[in-house]
Design a binder for this molecule. Sequence first.
Ligand SMILES: [Zn+2]
Length: 102
Amino acid sequence: MTKKISTKDFRSILRFLRKNFPIECPVVIKRFPKKKECDTVRFNGKVYTVYIDSSLTRQELIDTIIHFYAHIMCIDSSYNHDAEWGKKYADIYSKFLEFEIN
Ligand SMILES: [Zn+2]
């Protein structure tokens, strides 16, 4: 299914992440058309900004946001898709699935 996400839905997912997985610095998610540089995270010393392709489906967007949230949560120790990152990804995803059901 290629369903796009509504703004309301997008915001509720961000609220869920901010509430359940607080990060010391603010995390801003920006959605851009693919022509811009997407699927990266930048940190300016104060704010993490994640750039995501705005043409993604709802499911792809959720997968991508959680992917980057897991990176940010273990950014001091790892930049790779290693065990620590994988554990964070799984932790966030399982909590998110509970949130989706309820
Ligand atoms: Zn990654």
